[in-house]
Design a protein around this ligand. Structure first.
Ligand code: ZN
Length: 83
């Protein structure tokens, strides 16, 4: 499961993408190319922020997984329940 920051950035990314698509598919596209360009920049920025966070976040998650799996593996109560 993703962390809250990942989820928030993903949501922002989705929102920027739909805004961009909306601007591109707008009937007024010809008069709003500046807006579409701005939306494109916003979208790229949101995507970059997500990628940047994820690269740092994956390391944290791997560490958390390693720690939690180590704890459950050596849990004596889990072993006694099975026997
Ligand atoms: Zn994260």
């Amino acid at each position: 499961m993703d962390c809250l920051i990942c989820a928030k950035l993903e949501q922002a990314c989705e929102a920027r993408l739909s805004e961009y698509v909306e601007a591109r598919t707008s009937v007024c596209y010809r008069v709003s190319t500046n807006l579409a360009a701005k939306r494109n920049v916003d979208m790229e920025r949101a995507r970059y922020e997500l990628e940047e966070h994820r690269s740092a976040c994956v390391l944290k998650r791997t560490e958390a997984l390693r720690l939690s799996s180590g704890v459950s593996h050596y849990s004596p109560s889990a072993l006694s329940l099975r026997t």
